[in-house]
Design a protein around this ligand. Sequence first.
Ligand code: DC
Length: 226
Amino acid sequence: MTSPIPVLTIDGPSGAGKGTVSRMVASRLGWHYLDSGALYRAVGVAASWANLDLSDSAALVRCAFDTTVTFREQAGAEMRVIVNGVDATDELRLETTGAVASAIAAIPEVRSALKERQRAFRVAPGLVADGRDMGTVIFPDAPYKVFLTASAEERAERRYKQLKDKGVSVTIDGLLREILARDARDAQRTVAPLRPAEDAVLIDTTGLAIDAVVQRVLALVPTPVA
Ligand code: DC
């Protein structure tokens, strides 16, 4: 019997360090990487381009089915995300896009529309899947599951530094309010709310350096015998 392709799920609230940790772990393991948040963000961007009303669920569901998203890996440079043929990488990262994505992600049919697309990333030799419901809904049979958290204050501070480095002007208080609002929306929605899978290992990254978190996550995955 062939064993299923292994998946390591890394879920948690925004700003817990999932993206950086997942990318580093995937690169160390030589596995593929799924940034599921980018799919929701891509649908959000496509919906904005089409001037869709955020209260028009039917149109948003159609948009989720119709939007094409491709991830373009580049050696030594950050991955580009192409939405409906247009490089939307920079727009995808905006706080406003995150807020739209979070609203759209609360629509059950949007989540269903993206389900199989996410599962298609499960390709040998393995997958690191980063999101909110990777361990609970998309890959419930994943053998390795992590839930990353960090205090809201630390997450706001990390986001502040990232945005400041990019020359974006924001305040920590404003970011903290946005983070708390997004956490509440992601955790309280009825479908696939943000919560750790029962079999997930919880890692609180408050005060931990990225490398330390990466080591803890890697320790969960047995090294293949050559
Ligand atoms: O991880 P992120 O910040 O890029 O995600 C943006 C939004 O998308 C997030 O607020 C909630 C939603 N999302 C989700 O509902 N499920 C996922 N697996 C990933 C993201």
